[in-house]
Design a protein around this ligand. Structure first.
Ligand SMILES: Cc1ncc(COP(=O)(O)O)c(C=O)c1O
Length: 481
């Protein structure tokens, strides 16, 4: 077992959360600014300060020991995207008269994504309909907008004024945010033994107020692809909206399918699918700040448009949640897609799937661990007779950054390009074996990385968590006190 295993802990103090993240590591090195400096500072010194922080913060991602988060990781790739970004960073893509390039770039990003997700199949099962879409600021907007669309479609076309949407319990939490903002009642379907959505439960819970269902390809917790084909049939049966959340998988699963991996169909080839989200800023390898949201037809897309003709500021219209948006991230996403080409995406997907297979084999060989379902590029697992958060504590001490899951407790490793470097998967499996041995040490005390999870699940616990989270969010905006 490794030498530097974490110190066992005595107490279970959830306040430790605040001390788990140091929001101000630079307090003693760089001057804090509480007001705009009276005199301008030199560009050199500004760039030197930013450069020092960036270099330090990139070290972890560059080491290839991070799950998800950094999807491409190539600094040469980022330099190229930043050059593209720089040309349009100051541009507001809403102002098409000044910046007609935005129409070309966004239209082509949407078209390329629609083609990847078999938008062309729509005319076969729904003649006269044609896939269209929008570019959004990220996965969250790509989930909020379709919820608005289905609420509005329900209201306008069916007179539904108490809309309900059924999602799997494993669907992304941004849908909870959407429901919270839009006044939608969410019903959470449990998962089956294979950890994928229970479609029978969904069918049993469709009511006259149901406006849509959601499935993931794959979902964030376990990376699994819900039974999208069955859900497509359910959506058709009841004329429901059916959003497929491909924010995570939309830009990697299609390449895996082309490489011959057994990926179940989850896109517009299925006749019940009415919208799909796919994040360019994840496996599209673009810069942060873009995602694509596709609809099966333009009638659906119109429900997310907003216009207000009677405003003293002029006639206003915008396509979705965002107002002004930078053209920089749009140019970078377009540049990423063209510069990688199908060949580039396929090469990276091949390496990611091979790395994921090595990790899966390693995890599956450890009797104290159990893999969630039948994974693709996200390997999620939980403990058998050990506290998985102790495993995480040990992995953290070795520089790994996995994602902690709950309900039930688990960890996931979302494999991205930096993890495909030689030896990373093997090193992870070796450290994981040691981590499991560490977790079996008697008398360890509560796990550090599990400090928060014990709190949830009861009204009092959730209230305590709410307060902790609010304090943490407040702290994120503090200048060094
Ligand atoms: C499946 C899924 N959907 C939606 C999102 C939300 O994306 P974003 O963080 O870009 O808002 C994520 C983020 O990880 C995701 O994994």
């Amino acid at each position: 077992m490794g030498q530097e295993s974490p110190e066992p802990r005595e107490s279970d103090d959830s306040q430790d959360f605040a001390s788990m993240i140091d929001f101000h590591p630079y307090r003693d090195r760089f001057e804090p600014h509480h007001r705009i400096p009276p005199e301008p500072r030199s560009r050199e010194s500004i760039l030197a300060e930013l450069g020092a922080m960036a270099e330090e913060e990139d070290r972890m991602g560059d080491a290839g020991r991070v799950s998800g988060s950094i999807y491409h990781g190539g600094h040469d790739h980022y330099r190229f995207l930043t050059e593209a970004y720089g040309l349009f960073a100051h541009v507001n893509v809403l102002q098409r008269d000044m910046y007609p390039s935005a129409t070309k770039l966004e239209g082509e990003i949407v078209a390329m994504t629609a083609s990847l997700l078999h938008g062309g199949a729509v005319s076969e099962h729904h003649p006269g309909e044609e896939v269209c879409g929008v570019v959004t600021f990220g996965g969250t907007e790509s989930l909020i907008n379709p919820m608005l669309v289905y609420r509005e479609r329900g209201r306008v076309e069916k007179g539904i004024d108490a809309p309900e949407v059924i999602i799997p319990v494993t669907a992304h939490v941004a849908l909870q945010k959407a429901a919270h903002m839009l006044g939608i009642k969410l019903l959470q379907a449990p998962v089956r033994d294979d950890w994928r959505a229970d479609v029978d439960w969904m069918r049993d819970h469709v009511t006259p107020n149901t406006v849509a269902i959601v499935g993931s390809a794959g979902n964030y917790p376990h990376g699994l692809i819900d039974p999208i084909e069955e859900m497509s049939a359910l959506a058709l049966e009841h004329d429901l909206g059916f959003h497929v959340d491909g924010c995570m998988g939309g830009f990697i699963l299609p390449w895996a399918e082309r490489l011959g991996y057994p990926i179940p169909t989850f896109d517009f080839r299925l006749p019940g699918v009415t919208s799909i989200s796919a994040d360019t800023h994840k496996f599209g390898y673009a810069l942060k700040g873009t995602s694509v949201l596709l609809y099966r037809n333009s009638t659906l897309r119109r429900y997310q448009y907003f216009s207000y003709p009677d405003w003293p500021g002029g006639i206003y219209m915008s396509p979705g949640l965002s107002g002004s948006r930078s053209g920089g991230v749009v140019a970078a996403a377009w540049a990423a897609m063209l510069s990688l080409g199908e060949q580039g995406y396929l090469e990276i997907a091949e390496r990611i799937f091979e790395t994921a297979a090595t990790i899966l084999t390693g995890v599956a060989a450890i009797p104290e661990l159990e893999v969630f379902g039948d994974p693709t590029f996200i390997i999620a697992f939980r403990g058998r007779g050990i506290d998985i958060y102790h495993v995480n504590d040990f992995l953290i001490s070795k520089g790994w950054r996995l994602n902690a899951l709950q309900l039930p407790p688990g960890l996931h490793f979302c494999v991205t390009r930096p993890n495909t470097a030689d030896g990373v998967a093997e090193a992870f499996v070796a450290d994981l074996r040691d981590a499991v041995e560490y977790a079996k040490t008697p008398g360890l005390g509560p796990a550090r990385s599990g400090a928060l999870y014990g709190l949830g699940g009861s009204p009092e616990g959730n209230e305590a968590l709410d307060m902790l989270f609010a304090a943490a969010l407040d702290a994120m905006y503090d200048v060094v006190p």
